[in-house]
Design a protein around this ligand. Structure first.
Ligand SMILES: Nc1ncnc2c1ncn2[C@@H]1O[C@H](COP(=O)(O)OP(=O)(O)OP(=O)(O)O)[C@@H](O)[C@H]1O
Length: 319
């Protein structure tokens, strides 16, 4: 359904845009119907940039993104874009910023009605709206006709998901959708994503929280400095992490029963000690592909569907 093919994103930065910053490098993966893929990485690793490129909020510098076989860069004109957004929608971290505090929260639905369902009668529209609210487990009597400050973050987030569901959506970019919610609401929204998956939606679940990624996704993509360092079935990546960066990320999840000093000593012992430690370096298919290539060598498939990036260590000891 959605395919990212060697995409890179270079931003122009600096006072006069004279410098460049490569936020995403040579990233490829796909997501099928009813599949949840977690995109996990630290702050600044390029996760949101990938989400924005999928939603066409930011252009792709190199490579292509296709949806149902069509390169989304070719979708020019209002009609084609409107059709794309009928199927592909995004929900973001801060639900509050999507609402204007001066207007009632359900105004967000009116925009969808005006744009996509102008001919629907009021009765038909209300029926559609209520059924969409039911899917996200919101009681229409509790949430309609209210101002944003009268609703919780979880309710506002679910309203935004309900808005996406009014359309014939097939793919959802969920960018840190639960990081601003409290623990009890988080699980509701996670379970809602699982419901959407069961309805056949493809979901890109962007998070910096490994535990959430593990809970919700079929496959996991680990991003570092804009590049994929490891990806595969979530169970496999979590049970058998192969890249030292993945191992470090997994180990940095707080382990309540252990003292930090103990965990840190273990991590240091695991750190790669030299070039020869990269087991995958020799497995890259092309002789010409070296880490000197602008985007580095391609990922090595070390087991079926489990890909790992090279982690040759330079003089500074960096992967
Ligand atoms: N519009 C922009 N112009 C210039 N640089 C940008 C722009 N948007 C993002 N960046 C830079 O690109 C890099 C990746 O940013 P991005 O927001 O994609 O990371 P992220 O992994 O989503 O981080 P976070 O978890 O903090 O949101 C960062 O160095 C960021 O400063």
């Amino acid at each position: 359904m959605l395919k990212l093919d060697s995409i890179s994103k270079v931003y122009r930065v600096g006072t006069f845009g004279g410098q460049t910053l490569t936020a995403v490098r040579d990233v490829s993966f796909d997501i099928g119907p009813g599949e949840v893929v977690s995109l996990i990485g630290e702050s600044g690793s390029g996760k949101s940039t990938i989400g924005k490129m999928i939603l066409r909020l930011s252009g792709v510098t190199r490579g292509s993104i296709s949806f149902d076989g069509t390169d989304i860069a070719t979708l020019s004109g209002r009609k084609k874009l409107k059709e794309y957004y009928r199927h592909v929608q995004g929900v973001f971290q801060d639900p509050f910023s999507s609402y204007n505090p001066v207007f009632k929260a359900d105004r967000v639905f009116e925009m969808v009605r005006k744009e996509y369902f102008p001919r629907l009668s009021t009765g038909e529209w209300e029926k559609k709206l209520r059924s969409s609210l039911e899917v996200v487990r919101l009681d229409p009597n509790q949430v309609l006709n209210k101002y944003p400050h009268q609703l919780s973050g979880g309710q506002l987030q679910r309203l935004l998901i309900a808005r996406a569901l009014l359309l014939d959506i097939k793919f959802l970019v969920a960018d840190e959708v639960i990081s601003m919610l409290d623990a009890s609401t988080r699980i509701d929204v996670l379970n809602l994503l699982a419901d959407l998956k069961a309805r056949g939606l493809g979901i890109l679940f962007i998070t910096h929280d490994l535990a959430l990624g593990n809970y919700v996704s079929d496959r996991t993509v680990i991003l570092r400095n804009g590049r994929i360092v490891e990806m595969g079935e979530t169970e496999e990546v979590f049970a058998n992490p192969l890249h030292p960066y993945t191992t470090r990320l997994l180990s940095s999840v707080p382990q309540m029963h252990r003292k930090w000093a103990e965990v840190e000593a273990e991590l240091q012992a695991q750190a790669p000690q030299g070039q020869s430690r990269c087991l995958y370096h020799d497995r890259y298919p092309s002789d010409g592909a070296t880490t000197d290539a602008p985007d580095g060598p391609p990922l090595a498939e070390v087991a079926s569907g489990h890909f790992v990036g090279c982690f040759r260590v330079d003089e500074e000891g960096e992967c």
